[in-house]
Design a protein around this ligand. Sequence first.
Ligand SMILES: NC(=O)c1ccc[n+]([C@@H]2O[C@H](COP(=O)([O-])OP(=O)(O)OC[C@H]3O[C@@H](n4cnc5c(N)ncnc54)[C@H](OP(=O)(O)O)[C@@H]3O)[C@@H](O)[C@H]2O)c1
Length: 290
Amino acid sequence: MSIEGKTVLVTGGTGGIGKETARGLAALGARVILVGRDRDRAEAAARELGAGAEACTADLSALAGLRALAAEVSARHDRLDVLVNNLGGMTAPRTLTPDGVETTFAANVLAPYTLTCLLLPLLRAAPAARVVNLTGGIPGGPFDPANLQGEKRYLGWTFSQYNHAKTAVMAMSRRFAAVTGVAVNVAYPGHAYTPGNRATTAAAFPYAYRPLVPVIRFLGPRLLNDLAKPARSSIYLASSPEMEGVTGVYVNAKVERAPWPATVLDERNCDAVWNLCARLADVTPEPAAP
Ligand SMILES: NC(=O)c1ccc[n+]([C@@H]2O[C@H](COP(=O)([O-])OP(=O)(O)OC[C@H]3O[C@@H](n4cnc5c(N)ncnc54)[C@H](OP(=O)(O)O)[C@@H]3O)[C@@H](O)[C@H]2O)c1
């Protein structure tokens, strides 16, 4: 599949790695739909990308926002070739969304789950649709399927709810790849200093690391300001002809295929994530036609 002329939706596409992903795909000829929360920022980003880029706004940490976005995109388009579920990040201290869902789980796991389910008819209308989900942190570390929303413990950045959520999105992606018939793969972007990092408060870090926060704030914009590099893995999964018909794989920041962590291969963990998402979103994907 050439990405030229294909319709691609990028969540978190108005800033950070998502905007660079959208820019890279637009440069390859894709018609990109960018999603952010702020109308002016989204329209400015779409103008910057040119090439027929479209702006949508929705708060994707809320189920109402996800449903509204899916309805808007389904009304405007009759097919979707690529969905890049790029939105993600860390919230600390622990908060709940208006739906009563822990916010980090909502943005990193429930949002891609719900959006993929709701846009599945549009994806299936495309000849060779692809879904790209983003991982991050240190996925594959300790994982507790009974603590998916940090109900028992909610730790800072390292060994955190963020790592937990990124492991969960990998487990969920494997299950999507198995049941939907659409290509669903996972990208690890690598590190960049983005709006999300800038907004992360010291409360997200374990106590021992908090004195380092000013150092990170000083060095981050100087050492990690190349956003094009971390966009490569998503762009590759979204557009590379090598990925034609490939599903259920994970690529690292070097854009190489990497093994799934053992926690992600554990079907009990996949079940826990899948069942929780299905219950919270109150939607499940229609299985692939036999
Ligand atoms: N940055 C890193 O070092 C790093 C490392 C590994 C993995 N990752 C992963 O890579 C992905 C992108 O990371 P990033 O650092 O570029 O993220 P980011 O800076 O937080 O992304 C900002 C984008 O997300 C949008 N956004 C934020 N909250 C939203 C919400 N509730 N609803 C809709 N849009 C929302 C923003 O839109 P507006 O502000 O315009 O509303 C903007 O477009 C994430 O999945 C992250 O976990 C990042």
